[in-house]
Ligand binder design. Structure first.
Ligand SMILES: [Zn+2]
Length: 182
């Protein structure tokens, strides 16, 4: 994919069950101004939609890229980062907490994740580093790497959450809404 051909202005958050959330993501090999501009645009969309992280499939692009800002606050850009070709290389402990997703609006479910992880990823210049994380940052890393591996929170819900009538209704409503837009 030639990143300079992407129409940045037209990007917006795609929602469950949009098949673009499920397309295998390409490894990024082009570390240039077009990649930086895409990351910048994804940060803008993340702030507009009040998120703390946004992955490329969530704007319809099958690329191994995500951006985060754990504060969710555009006035605190020092906490903003972009991660390219990220993968979790170590996991430790476990923690179950409530989680939501911009692509599954309204769904808030308890999800069991590793308490501590190490993410290995390149930055926008192509420099590969390891990022140890715990707490909210560890959770965001796991949620966003899930997206670039085509997994969403609806897949990770507990058996109990899957049986919940309100969760089922919510997913059904999103499916109907998606059908109507086609
Ligand atoms: Zn998400």
């Amino acid at each position: 994919m030639d990143l300079s051909q992407i129409d940045l202005a037209s990007l917006s958050v795609v929602k469950y069950p949009d098949p673009r959330l499920r397309r295998p993501c390409q490894t990024i090999t082009q570390f240039d101004a077009a990649l930086a501009a895409l990351a910048r645009r994804m940060c803008q969309i993340m702030y507009q939609t009040k998120g703390v992280g946004l992955a490329a499939p969530q704007v319809g692009l099958a690329l191994r890229l995500f951006v985060i800002n754990p504060t969710g606050d555009p006035a605190q850009p020092e906490f903003e980062s972009a991660y390219v070709n990220g993968r979790i290389v170590s996991r430790d402990g476990s923690l179950t907490t409530e989680e939501g997703c911009l692509s599954v609006p309204g769904l808030s479910v308890r999800i069991k994740r590793a308490a501590k992880v190490t993410l290995e990823a390149a930055d926008l210049q192509g420099q590969v580093r390891q990022y140890p994380a715990e707490g909210l940052l560890a959770r965001i890393f796991q949620h966003e790497t899930d997206h670039i591996e085509n997994t969403i929170i609806a897949d990770r819900m507990s058996a109990v959450a899957k049986l919940s009538l309100s969760n089922r209704q919510l997913l059904k409503d999103l499916e109907e809404e998606f059908q109507e837009q086609q």
